[in-house]
Design a protein around this ligand. Structure first.
Ligand code: T5A
Length: 211
């Protein structure tokens, strides 16, 4: 049976990396075979593209170039890793996917959704995640957490308005498709965040058993 595709999204510093470790443990406890990956990145070539995308540089990066690099890496990632793994029955747990493009390039960079939707169809066909967890906290709290952890990358240097547009875009996706998107209040202490995640995963498993 084809594996399930789970993605984790949110603005900067919401705790994706921290909570992915929790989800990995949860899947292991359920004896579900899975791979954990990320975007941008996920294969050697796509990781090289990630470095190009995140590096701080003097040259301004054209939004269209940024968008196309996101999808170039994604095409490689899907063909080399995501599709073969799902086809072999493994679940794929991915730190960000195309929803990040809608949120960051579509809303943050104000490129709109039309071009992204065209590229999404070209690169993915009908393939979409089965479940998307959106970790949500205020932009200020997220940037504070991210700032404590490491030097800011090229995206983390953006202004608060940019991240507010990103956050609102994610919340709008959840509002439009509550079946697929589950919003997690990531402002709470970690144990409470993980309880919410665990509840969502349990519910998802129940739905799979019924399907
Ligand atoms: N991007 C990506 C696009 O523009 N378009 C796209 O299509 C795609 C795919 C890289 C960048 O690329 C952009 C978006 C990004 O700017 P990324 O590597 O996922 O994407 O970058 P970040 O969002 O910056 O992810 P990080 O890994 O840096 O942050 P996390 O994983 O969200 O946060 P994490 O787990 O490292 O936690 C941050 C800190 O908070 C603490 C942790 O211990 C850590 O110190 N923390 C908590 N503290 C208190 N309470 C809690 N509940 C906590 N949870 C975590």
């Amino acid at each position: 049976m084809r594996g399930k595709f789970i993605t984790i999204e949110g603005t900067e510093g919401v705790g994706k990396t921290t909570n992915i470790e929790f989800i990995k443990q949860w899947l292991t406890n359920q004896s579900i075979p899975f791979v954990n990956t990320r975007e941008p990145g996920g294969t050697p070539l796509a990781e090289e593209i990630r470095q190009l995308l995140l590096a701080n540089r003097d040259e301004a990066v054209c939004s269209t170039a940024e968008l196309l690099m996101m999808f170039a890496g994604r095409a490689q990632h899907i063909e080399q890793l995501i599709e073969p793994q799902l086809a072999s029955g493994h679940w794929v747990l991915c730190d960000r996917f195309t929803d990040a493009t809608y949120a960051y390039q579509g809303a943050g960079r104000q490129m709109g959704n039309q071009l992204i939707s065209t590229l999404e169809t070209m690169v993915q066909g009908e393939m979409r995640p089965d479940l998307t967890l959106i970790l949500d906290i205020s932009v200020e709290q997220g940037l504070e957490r991210a700032g404590k952890r490491s030097e800011p990358d090229r995206f983390e240097l953006e202004q608060t308005d940019f991240f507010n547009r990103v956050r609102q875009a994610y919340l709008a996706m959840a509002n439009n498709q509550p079946q697929r998107y589950k919003v997690i209040d990531a402002s709470l202490p970690l144990a409470e965040v993980q309880q919410q995640i665990s509840d969502v995963l349990e519910q998802f498993m129940q739905q799979q058993k019924k399907a």
